[in-house]
Every structure is written in C-alpha cells, then in structure tokens.
Design a protein around this ligand. Structure first.
Ligand SMILES: NC(=O)c1ccc[n+]([C@@H]2O[C@H](COP(=O)([O-])OP(=O)(O)OC[C@H]3O[C@@H](n4cnc5c(N)ncnc54)[C@H](O)[C@@H]3O)[C@@H](O)[C@H]2O)c1
Length: 418
C-alpha cells in the first residue's frame, strides 16, 4: 500500500461509496478526467495538495492521477477531513494521504512536511499553509516548483502580501479569483453548507431568528441570502461602504457589530479578518446566543477573550457545541471551536459546485505546466473559465442564445447612436 497516515483504513468501503456519490454530481470534472486518462498531460509530475480531504477533493485527486500525476494529499484544516474518504483514497485508488479528522497542531504540520518531502513540482493549497511552510522551512525547494494553485480568498490574500513584500519565490495561480470559482463556490457553496453545518450542530429553527452575518463578500452574501429564504431576520455588519450599501439595498439591516451584538440569536463571521467578534460584543450578547465562523481561519472570533470572560465552560454539550457561561449568567454557545462550521459539522460544499472549482484546479494545473512563469500571483486563463461554464451549462441541460453577426458587429462598433 502507498505511504499514508489516516485514521482507519477499514473505513475505505464507506469512503468509496461517498466518493462515487459525489462523482454523480461532478460531470465537468469527469469529462476532464476522461481526457486526462487518454492524454496524460501530467505524466510523471510530482504533486502535493493541501486541501480539505472530502469526497469532492477525492474526485479531483482521481483526476490528476488519471492525468499521470504522482500525488500526495494532506489536510488543509484539522477538522475538515472525512476519515472514510481518506482511507478509500489510499486503499482503493493508491493515493498517498496524510489526514485525520481532529489531528492536533503538531500532526497537522507533520502532514504538511510529508507533502513537501515528496519534492513536488506542482502544489495545491487551500489557505496557503503549504506554500508558507515551503518558504519558511524549505526555501531551497521553491525553485523546483513550476506553479502552485490557491483555492481560497484567504490564501490569495496571504500570497499577494508575500509577493508585495518581495518574499514570494514561485508562480501562483489564484484559482479562487476565477469567476467559475468564487461566484459559485463561495456564494452558493458556502451559503448552503454553512446553513447545513449550523443546523446539524444545533438543530435550531432559522425562521424568526435574528441572524447576524459579519461580511457581505461572496461567502457572506450567499449565507445571508439562504438565511433570508428560510425566514430569518438577517442583519449584516461590514467595514466596506460599497458592500454595506449593497447589503442595505438587497434588503438587509446593516449596523455595527456593537449594536448587532445585543440583538442577534445567531452570529456567523465570514470575513477572512481577525477578531471580528470580541470581548465587548460577547459581553453584550443575549443568553443562549450561538456563535460560529465560516471564514478560513479560526481567528475571526476572539476565542481567547471568550475563554477569559467565561466563569464556566462545558465542552461538547452537543457534538461541535461548547458552552461558555459569563459572569452575568448568560450562556454563549461556540460552534466547532470557531473553525469552518460547514466543513467541521457538515460535509463542506455540495459536489455540484465543487465540480466547477475543481475543474478550474485541474485545467489550470495542465495550463501551468506548459510554461514556467516568474514568481507572482496569476489569474486563471479566460479559456479555462469559458470551457467550464459552457460545459456546466450543457450538463445542466441549459441552452443560451448566440450573438447574431449583426449583434457582434453592433457590440464592437461605436458609430451607431441615437
Ligand atoms: N467556509 C468555506 O468553505 C469557505 C469557502 C470559500 C471561502 N472561505 C473563506 O471565507 C472568507 C471570506 O471569503 P469571501 O470570498 O467571501 O471574501 P470577500 O473578500 O469576498 O468578502 C469578505 C468581506 O468581509 C468584509 N470584512 C472584512 N473585515 C470585516 C469586519 N471586521 N467586519 C465586517 N466585515 C468585514 C470585507 O469588507 C468583505 O466584504 C475567507 O477567509 C475565505 O477564505 C470559506
């Protein structure tokens, strides 16, 4: 068997069923996999991927493997691994996986080191932990990397900051910034799966609740839209005036967190920022307020401040729910230790939306191998986006109009006016 570190290899049979179920809803990736199997564009290329180890990621792993890549897969979050999927990838598909749900900080980084010791020439990241460790601990290996793909907003922000500082030593493709990724995955994927994670963890009724959403970016608006549809009173907090205006004109109440703190029944941060909910907000919250995060890192809620404020803490009063009692007697329920609620308590994004994100990953990897670029953060080529959106529409049975010759001419001319 290939090298691995998974929870229990005997879970493989369940994992295989899960991978196959997800595959039913990933037709674009399946088409790319079929072509990769014939053309082998990644033949013999060593790859390391640091992604959420879920059934959808398994189908991406199968796709790059079909293309000929020699892949090592590790977790990009200690709580998001599906242990049965990890086992099946090792046993049924012969892919090296290092990921265990609930792994501690030390194990998490041992797994990242295993990925880097594989000497990859292509890497994939979700939050830039792999590229960041590479630069800090194996700087000599950077020159061998052809390109790295970055899956999420927070990772792209980190990588752009590295490039601005002159610290980035390899070319990165901002897969997150492809329209075929963020317009769908961040909005509809995070929107639905964040609701799913909160409901699985708490079993609360959203109808009639005051739901406070921090951040009206692509993820935040997806989640706010879903909560509104389920009958919640949704309140938005923002720091960007344009986003705040959009939220207001989309029909949401907009106010500072300081004010929202005393009103909310459920608080969800999705900003990519730090300490968005902090001491003064906890102190203002109602008894029984539920607090969760769906942004990338577990820093959006100031958990150390909550720990300090609490006079009593009871962990796991339900799975993924910790209770903090404050001096004033009020209880605050923190979900999934402030980690991505949709991946910790639910199954992450539905396969249909990951079909587009991972088709973007696979095709950008193929593109990246054609020509080595200088260090920097690059956008996904438009051809890749056009191919994926056209094929996705086809698999959904949706047809659209085509420009006539007259329309093409009109849209490219400037003479014709009133
Ligand atoms: N849960 C998931 O599966 C998942 C999926 C995709 C992205 N993400 C992560 O979610 C986060 C948000 O991603 P996005 O694509 O929506 O980003 P985005 O840049 O589109 O939106 C973030 C929004 O948060 C706002 N913001 C920043 N600081 C704030 C603060 N203190 N208070 C209120 N609002 C604030 C910004 O103004 C912006 O409008 C990132 O960390 C990203 O990596 C999570």
């Amino acid at each position: 068997m290939v090298k691995h570190h998974v929870k229990d290899i005997k879970l493989a049979a369940e994992g295989k069923k899960r991978i196959e179920w997800a595959d039913n809803d990933m037709p674009v990736l399946a088409e790319i996999r079929q072509r990769f199997a014939k053309e082998k564009p990644l033949s013999g290329k060593k790859m390391s991927a640091c992604l959420h180890v879920t059934a959808e990621t398994a189908n991406l792993a199968r796709t790059v493997q079909a293309g000929g890549a020699d892949l090592v897969l590790v977790a990009s979050n200690p709580l998001s691994t599906q242990d049965d999927v990890a086992a099946s990838l090792v046993k049924d598909y012969g892919i090296s996986v290092y990921a265990i749900k609930g792994e501690d900080h030390k194990t998490y980084y041992e797994h990242i080191h295993a990925a880097l010791k594989h000497d990859p020439i292509i890497t994939m990241d979700d939050g830039a932990d792999l590229v960041s460790t590479l630069h800090q601990e194996y700087p000599e290996k950077c020159a061998d990397i052809f390109a790295s793909m970055e899956e999420t907003t927070t990772g792209v922000i980190r990588l752009r900051a590295m490039h601005k500082d002159g610290a980035l030593k390899l070319p990165v493709f901002a897969v997150n910034d492809a329209l075929t990724k963020y317009l769908f995955d961040n909005r509809y994927g995070t929107g639905q799966s964040t609701v799913d994670g909160i409901i699985r963890a708490t079993d609360i009724l959203l109808a009639g609740k005051n739901v406070v959403v921090a951040g009206y970016g692509w993820c935040g608006r997806g989640f706010a839209m879903r909560c509104k549809g389920m009958g919640a009173n949704v309140i938005l907090t923002e720091v960007d005036p344009i986003k705040a205006l959009e939220a207001a004109m989309d029909g949401f109440q907009v106010m500072p967190m300081e004010k929202a703190a005393g009103i909310g029944d459920l608080f969800v941060t999705i900003t990519g920022d730090i300490n968005v909910i902090r001491k003064e907000h906890f102190q203002n919250m109602k008894d029984g307020a539920i607090v969760a995060n769906s942004g990338h890192f577990n820093v959006e809620i100031d958990i150390p401040a909550l720990e300090k404020l609490a006079v009593q803490k009871r962990t796991d009063i339900r799975k993924y729910v910790d209770e903090y009692r404050l001096k004033n007697g009020n209880r605050i329920f923190l979900l999934a230790q402030g980690r991505l609620i949709n991946l910790a308590a639910a199954e992450g994004h539905p396969a249909s939306v990951m079909d587009m994100s991972f088709a973007t990953q696979a095709l950008t990897t193929e593109f990246a191998l054609k020509e080595k670029k200088t260090p920097g953060v690059y956008l996904v080529p438009k051809d890749v986006e056009d191919y994926i959106s056209t094929l996705k529409l086809k698999t959904m049975g949706i047809q659209i109009d085509v420009l006539t010759e007259e329309q093409k001419e009109y849209l490219s001319s400037w003479e014709l006016g009133t």
